[in-house]
Design a protein around this ligand. Structure first.
Ligand SMILES: NC(=O)c1ccc[n+]([C@@H]2O[C@H](COP(=O)([O-])OP(=O)(O)OC[C@H]3O[C@@H](n4cnc5c(N)ncnc54)[C@H](O)[C@@H]3O)[C@@H](O)[C@H]2O)c1
Length: 260
């Protein structure tokens, strides 16, 4: 049986670890050639080397998604090496738990630049190549925090809410070119980012986070998510299995937002 992404080229940001790495692995398993990028060069090269050892065709390039020149270099590398870009997974992001009293404009701007502006800038840079694709697909990684409020999440949650509506706008503007745009909104997924949240110095926040997810049983599936739980939905939206799906938000949260 032919693989679902044979001949396709995918670009995944924040691919050195966590959800991005696991998604990149899932895409190469389905036959895509994948350019992994990340701001963390050391972990990125280890991640790419591990996939190469498994026999997959991957490349890696450092990229800070908050910087337009860095984004343009990443997109140029994918186009130069493989002559096309069919899939963009906008995954790179940083966590932020700053209470409003400490949230200065510099921090606010930085979180928005990494978590929201990047989604527009990477997609815009890749757009000429996606237009050439027979099946262009953009998958933006949002969060359940983009649809619900959470303590001390103003910058992060605002960015993720922005990602969700930016995705809808992309679907509308890019649809006539045959390019689909969808978002995945993960709940609690066991990665370094989630660990950082549990280590937050704001003790009351830590209690809230642990209580709401586990103590009060608000997780219908009774477990934290794993990166693999998100990689499958990303593959679905990247592949032709979802050819008539665009502008949607696929919530992947173990049922967390199904209750209150
Ligand atoms: N883990 C969760 O519970 C959770 C929940 C909802 C949404 N998400 C989202 O999933 C995505 C992946 O998160 P994760 O949990 O795998 O986190 P992670 O911290 O494990 O991985 C994020 C990666 O992004 C990279 N990165 C950070 N800033 C960057 C920049 N400026 N340029 C390029 N790369 C940069 C990091 O180096 C890291 O490798 C993010 O968009 C995150 O907001 C995660």
């Amino acid at each position: 049986m032919p693989k679902r992404l044979s001949e396709r080229v995918a670009l995944v940001t924040g691919a050195a670890r966590g959800i991005g790495f696991t998604a990149a692995r899932r895409l190469v398993q389905e036959g895509a050639r994948v350019l992994l990028s990340d701001i963390d060069e050391t972990v990125l090269s280890e991640a790419a080397a591990s996939l190469t050892r498994e026999g997959f065709i991957v490349a890696a390039t450092p990229c800070d998604v908050a910087k337009i020149a860095s984004i343009e270099a990443m997109v140029a590398k994918a186009a130069r090496d493989w002559g096309r870009i069919d899939i963009v997974v906008n995954n790179a992001a940083i966590s932020d738990d700053t209470p409003v009293e400490e949230l200065d404009s510099e921090r606010w701007r930085h979180v928005l630049a990494v978590n929201l502006d990047s989604v527009l800038n990477v997609s815009k840079a890749a757009l000429p190549h996606l237009k050439q694709s027979p099946s262009g697909s953009i998958v933006n990684i949002a969060s359940v925090q983009g649809i619900r409020g959470q303590p001390h999440a103003m910058a992060y949650a605002t960015a993720k809410g922005g990602v969700i509506n930016l995705t809808r706008c992309m679907a509308v503007d890019f649809g006539p070119f045959g390019i689909r745009a969808n978002a995945v909104a993960p709940g609690y997924i066991d990665t370094r980012m989630a660990e950082q949240k549990l280590d937050t110095p704001h003790e009351h926040k830590t209690d809230w986070f642990q209580d709401i997810y586990f103590k009060y049983g608000r997780m219908p599936l009774r477990r934290a998510g794993k990166p693999e739980d998100i990689a499958g939905p990303i593959l679905f939206l990247a592949s032709d299995d979802s050819l008539y799906v665009t502008g949607t938000v696929l919530v992947v949260d173990g049922g967390f937002t199904a209750t209150y």
